[in-house]
Design a protein around this ligand. Structure first.
Ligand code: GRF
Length: 203
Protein backbone atom coordinates (compact mmCIF):
# COMPACT_ATOMS: atom_id res chain seq x y z
CA UNK A 1 0.00 0.00 0.00
CA UNK A 2 1.61 3.20 -1.19
CA UNK A 3 1.18 6.47 0.69
CA UNK A 4 1.74 10.04 -0.36
CA UNK A 5 1.94 12.19 2.78
CA UNK A 6 1.19 15.90 2.41
CA UNK A 7 2.54 18.28 5.03
CA UNK A 8 3.11 21.98 5.58
CA UNK A 9 4.88 22.06 8.91
CA UNK A 10 6.66 20.11 11.61
CA UNK A 11 5.44 16.69 10.53
CA UNK A 12 5.05 14.97 13.89
CA UNK A 13 2.21 12.90 12.43
CA UNK A 14 4.47 11.99 9.51
CA UNK A 15 7.06 10.95 12.11
CA UNK A 16 4.51 8.76 13.88
CA UNK A 17 3.65 7.10 10.56
CA UNK A 18 7.34 6.55 9.78
CA UNK A 19 7.92 5.13 13.28
CA UNK A 20 4.96 2.75 13.06
CA UNK A 21 6.30 1.53 9.74
CA UNK A 22 9.74 1.07 11.25
CA UNK A 23 8.31 -0.92 14.18
CA UNK A 24 6.39 -3.20 11.82
CA UNK A 25 2.88 -2.12 12.86
CA UNK A 26 2.15 -0.32 9.60
CA UNK A 27 2.60 -2.14 6.29
CA UNK A 28 2.96 0.73 3.88
CA UNK A 29 5.48 2.25 1.60
CA UNK A 30 5.79 6.01 1.98
CA UNK A 31 6.22 6.74 -1.72
CA UNK A 32 6.65 10.48 -1.29
CA UNK A 33 6.34 13.29 1.23
CA UNK A 34 5.07 16.46 -0.36
CA UNK A 35 5.00 19.99 1.05
CA UNK A 36 3.76 23.32 -0.23
CA UNK A 37 6.42 24.92 1.96
CA UNK A 38 10.04 24.19 1.09
CA UNK A 39 11.12 24.87 4.70
CA UNK A 40 8.66 22.45 6.34
CA UNK A 41 10.60 20.61 9.04
CA UNK A 42 8.82 17.39 8.10
CA UNK A 43 10.71 17.29 4.79
CA UNK A 44 13.93 16.88 6.73
CA UNK A 45 12.45 13.99 8.72
CA UNK A 46 11.56 12.29 5.44
CA UNK A 47 14.88 12.77 3.70
CA UNK A 48 16.74 11.57 6.79
CA UNK A 49 14.73 8.36 6.50
CA UNK A 50 15.55 8.08 2.78
CA UNK A 51 11.99 8.89 1.69
CA UNK A 52 11.59 10.89 -1.55
CA UNK A 53 10.39 14.45 -1.00
CA UNK A 54 8.86 17.01 -3.32
CA UNK A 55 7.70 20.60 -3.01
CA UNK A 56 5.68 23.03 -5.04
CA UNK A 57 5.08 26.56 -3.84
CA UNK A 58 1.42 27.45 -4.14
CA UNK A 59 2.44 31.09 -4.61
CA UNK A 60 3.89 30.17 -8.02
CA UNK A 61 0.42 29.32 -9.35
CA UNK A 62 -2.23 31.78 -10.46
CA UNK A 63 -5.11 29.79 -9.01
CA UNK A 64 -5.88 27.12 -6.44
CA UNK A 65 -7.06 24.82 -9.24
CA UNK A 66 -3.80 25.16 -11.16
CA UNK A 67 -1.76 24.46 -8.06
CA UNK A 68 -3.91 21.43 -7.29
CA UNK A 69 -3.52 20.12 -10.84
CA UNK A 70 0.26 20.57 -10.55
CA UNK A 71 0.18 18.55 -7.31
CA UNK A 72 -1.78 15.78 -9.05
CA UNK A 73 0.76 15.75 -11.90
CA UNK A 74 3.60 15.58 -9.41
CA UNK A 75 2.04 12.83 -7.27
CA UNK A 76 0.79 10.61 -10.13
CA UNK A 77 4.13 8.88 -10.88
CA UNK A 78 4.31 7.85 -7.20
CA UNK A 79 0.99 5.99 -7.66
CA UNK A 80 -0.40 6.53 -4.16
CA UNK A 81 -3.15 4.21 -2.92
CA UNK A 82 -3.88 6.69 -0.15
CA UNK A 83 -3.08 10.39 0.05
CA UNK A 84 -2.56 11.35 3.69
CA UNK A 85 -3.05 14.93 4.81
CA UNK A 86 -0.89 15.41 7.89
CA UNK A 87 -0.91 19.07 8.79
CA UNK A 88 -1.32 20.16 5.18
CA UNK A 89 -2.48 23.74 5.56
CA UNK A 90 -3.98 24.39 2.15
CA UNK A 91 -7.62 24.12 1.29
CA UNK A 92 -7.96 21.67 -1.59
CA UNK A 93 -10.17 22.43 -4.56
CA UNK A 94 -12.61 19.96 -6.08
CA UNK A 95 -10.01 19.27 -8.79
CA UNK A 96 -7.84 17.51 -6.22
CA UNK A 97 -10.56 16.13 -3.97
CA UNK A 98 -12.41 14.48 -6.87
CA UNK A 99 -9.23 13.05 -8.35
CA UNK A 100 -8.44 11.27 -5.09
CA UNK A 101 -12.01 10.58 -3.97
CA UNK A 102 -12.07 7.68 -1.52
CA UNK A 103 -8.28 7.73 -1.26
CA UNK A 104 -7.83 11.05 0.54
CA UNK A 105 -7.70 11.15 4.36
CA UNK A 106 -7.23 14.02 6.81
CA UNK A 107 -6.59 14.35 10.53
CA UNK A 108 -8.15 17.25 12.37
CA UNK A 109 -7.57 18.38 15.97
CA UNK A 110 -11.14 18.39 17.23
CA UNK A 111 -14.03 16.03 17.75
CA UNK A 112 -15.75 16.77 14.44
CA UNK A 113 -18.32 18.03 13.62
CA UNK A 114 -17.23 20.44 16.35
CA UNK A 115 -14.68 23.10 15.43
CA UNK A 116 -13.92 22.76 11.77
CA UNK A 117 -11.13 25.05 10.60
CA UNK A 118 -8.46 26.67 12.76
CA UNK A 119 -7.80 27.35 16.48
CA UNK A 120 -9.68 24.27 17.62
CA UNK A 121 -8.04 24.03 21.06
CA UNK A 122 -8.79 27.63 21.97
CA UNK A 123 -12.36 27.20 20.81
CA UNK A 124 -12.86 24.05 22.86
CA UNK A 125 -11.47 25.81 25.94
CA UNK A 126 -13.59 28.90 25.35
CA UNK A 127 -16.71 26.79 25.07
CA UNK A 128 -15.89 25.08 28.38
CA UNK A 129 -15.99 21.63 26.77
CA UNK A 130 -15.21 18.73 29.07
CA UNK A 131 -14.16 16.59 26.09
CA UNK A 132 -11.89 17.36 23.17
CA UNK A 133 -9.78 15.26 20.83
CA UNK A 134 -8.98 14.47 17.22
CA UNK A 135 -10.77 13.04 14.22
CA UNK A 136 -9.73 11.25 11.05
CA UNK A 137 -12.03 11.49 8.05
CA UNK A 138 -12.24 10.95 4.34
CA UNK A 139 -11.91 14.27 2.55
CA UNK A 140 -14.79 15.64 0.54
CA UNK A 141 -15.33 19.06 -0.91
CA UNK A 142 -16.70 20.33 2.39
CA UNK A 143 -13.83 21.61 4.57
CA UNK A 144 -13.26 19.24 7.52
CA UNK A 145 -16.70 17.85 6.68
CA UNK A 146 -16.07 14.44 5.11
CA UNK A 147 -17.27 11.10 6.53
CA UNK A 148 -15.65 10.21 9.84
CA UNK A 149 -13.38 7.19 10.20
CA UNK A 150 -12.16 7.40 13.79
CA UNK A 151 -11.94 9.75 16.75
CA UNK A 152 -9.89 9.79 19.93
CA UNK A 153 -11.34 11.76 22.84
CA UNK A 154 -9.41 13.30 25.72
CA UNK A 155 -10.91 14.91 28.81
CA UNK A 156 -10.31 18.59 29.39
CA UNK A 157 -8.93 19.57 32.82
CA UNK A 158 -9.74 22.87 34.52
CA UNK A 159 -6.12 24.02 34.31
CA UNK A 160 -5.68 23.11 30.65
CA UNK A 161 -4.22 25.66 28.22
CA UNK A 162 -4.01 25.67 24.44
CA UNK A 163 -0.51 24.23 24.77
CA UNK A 164 -1.36 21.46 27.19
CA UNK A 165 -4.45 20.49 25.20
CA UNK A 166 -2.67 20.49 21.87
CA UNK A 167 0.06 18.32 23.33
CA UNK A 168 -2.38 15.68 24.60
CA UNK A 169 -4.42 15.78 21.39
CA UNK A 170 -1.27 15.29 19.33
CA UNK A 171 -0.30 12.26 21.40
CA UNK A 172 -3.63 10.74 20.46
CA UNK A 173 -3.19 11.74 16.81
CA UNK A 174 0.13 9.94 16.69
CA UNK A 175 -1.49 6.69 17.78
CA UNK A 176 -4.68 7.02 15.77
CA UNK A 177 -3.29 7.88 12.34
CA UNK A 178 -1.03 4.82 11.98
CA UNK A 179 -3.90 2.61 13.13
CA UNK A 180 -6.32 3.98 10.54
CA UNK A 181 -3.68 3.77 7.82
CA UNK A 182 -3.04 0.14 8.72
CA UNK A 183 -6.75 -0.51 8.09
CA UNK A 184 -6.24 0.98 4.64
CA UNK A 185 -3.08 -1.07 4.11
CA UNK A 186 -5.03 -4.22 4.96
CA UNK A 187 -7.82 -3.20 2.56
CA UNK A 188 -10.28 -3.10 5.45
CA UNK A 189 -11.39 0.51 5.13
CA UNK A 190 -13.26 2.03 2.22
CA UNK A 191 -15.53 4.92 1.38
CA UNK A 192 -18.65 3.86 -0.51
CA UNK A 193 -21.93 5.48 -1.49
CA UNK A 194 -23.28 3.94 1.71
CA UNK A 195 -20.66 5.66 3.83
CA UNK A 196 -17.47 4.42 5.45
CA UNK A 197 -17.07 0.66 5.72
CA UNK A 198 -14.63 -1.18 7.97
CA UNK A 199 -14.45 -4.89 7.20
CA UNK A 200 -17.50 -4.38 4.99
CA UNK A 201 -19.60 -3.01 7.87
CA UNK A 202 -20.74 0.59 8.39
CA UNK A 203 -18.75 2.42 11.05
C1 GRF B 1 -2.13 18.30 13.65
O1 GRF B 1 -2.58 18.77 14.87
C2 GRF B 1 -3.27 17.98 12.75
O2 GRF B 1 -4.42 17.58 13.41
C3 GRF B 1 -3.53 19.30 12.07
O3 GRF B 1 -2.26 19.85 11.89
C4 GRF B 1 -1.36 19.37 12.88
C5 GRF B 1 -0.15 18.83 12.20
O4 GRF B 1 0.91 18.62 13.05
N1 GRF B 1 -4.26 19.08 10.85
P1 GRF B 1 2.24 17.91 12.56
O5 GRF B 1 2.78 18.72 11.38
O6 GRF B 1 1.90 16.51 12.15
O7 GRF B 1 3.17 17.96 13.71
Amino acid sequence: HRLAVLISGSGTNLQAIMDAREHGSLDVEIAVVFSNRANAAGLERASQAGIPTATLDHRDYPSREEFDQAMIDLLTPYAPDTVVLAGFMRILSSVFVRHYAGRLINIHPSLLPKYRGLNTHARALEAGDSEHGCSIHFVTEELDGGPLIAQAPISVQTNDTVDSLSKRVQQREHRLYPQVLQWRAQNRLELTYNGVLLDGKPL
